[in-house]
Write a protein that binds this ligand. Structure first.
Ligand SMILES: C[S@@+](CC[C@H](N)C(=O)[O-])C[C@H]1O[C@@H](n2cnc3c(N)ncnc32)[C@H](O)[C@@H]1O
Length: 249
């Protein structure tokens, strides 16, 4: 019986040097490189980050079309289709006992990543494929490092929230007072409301914004510099970190 292994590898948020050594070795040992691709035609960012480590002659890159939508009627068949495509590609290989694939994701695979859903679809329909997971440097860890912004020390309470889903402003304001540090992922489209709230709560000075961190288009703004971004909706690859204590330390 053949061995099929699919490893989800977190490639970090942008800088190719932030791929872990284990992730790099696993990418290089793989027969297949599976990458999610949205239907708007944009190339996979995870592939862009890892591309210099891939041998295009020996390894096969397979793009899996995943719609950028919250509509479950479209998402569920897409995840099932991606799982089927992964299984069919790996199971079509002949002449070897072991077939290895990697699924590349931005940041860490288990933090708001598409792999979770494909993993569930694979577990249900193709239990013969062994799943492994290699963690990655998260976007907020890389952003904090870039901004020299301490995420938490000693007993400080740190929360991670998906800002574009936090529609209740009162609750968001409550969270901003309940935690010492708040990491707001997916902040791009709601940045104007969030910056207004932070300014009213006098938290702007102890906040930082990071966009496309580790990529050539990186933008980082800290404290008073955040005012320049007011009233702007920013790209999806952006996050905001805010602290209670009035400084980055
Ligand atoms: C689908 S989630 C993926 C999170 C990722 N798995 C991680 O560990 O960071 C996408 C969100 O991650 C954040 N993100 C990912 N890469 C980023 C980057 N290079 N710069 C800033 N934010 C990033 C943004 O908040 C974005 O909306």
């Amino acid at each position: 019986m053949k061995n099929y292994t699919l490893t989800a590898v977190g490639v970090g948020p942008g800088d190719p040097e932030l791929i872990t050594l284990k992730g790099l070795r696993t990418i290089q040992e793989a027969d297949f490189i599976f990458v999610p691709r949205s239907q708007d035609g944009e190339k996979s960012l995870a592939l862009r980050i890892a591309k210099e480590w891939i041998d295009h002659d020996r390894q096969q890159i397979v793009e899996l079309l995943l719609p950028m939508t919250r509509n479950a009627d479209r998402l569920v068949p897409a995840w099932q289709g991606a799982a089927q495509q992964i299984a069919e590609q790996m199971q079509a290989v002949t002449g070897t006992e072991t077939v290895k694939g990697v699924y590349l994701l931005l940041g860490d695979p288990l933090l708001y990543g598409t792999f979770t859903y494909i993993w569930a679809a694979l577990a249900e329909a193709y239990p013969e494929i062994t799943i492994e997971i290699i963690p990655g440097v998260t976007s907020f860890a890389a952003s904090a490092a870039q901004g020299q912004f301490v995420l938490g020390s000693t007993s400080e309470r740190v929360a991670i929230l998906p800002a574009s889903y936090e529609t209740d402003e009162t609750q968001l304001r409550q969270l901003l007072t309940d935690f010492d540090t708040i990491i707001l992922m997916k902040v791009g489209t709601v940045l104007p409301q969030i910056l207004d709230a932070l300014e009213e709560m006098d938290l702007l000075e102890s906040s930082m914004y990071a966009e496309r961190v580790g990529m050539p288009e990186e933008l980082v703004a800290i404290g008073a510099d955040l005012r320049a971004l007011k009233n702007q909706r920013r790209p999806y690859l952006s996050l905001l970190i805010t602290k209670q204590k009035g400084s980055q330390f």
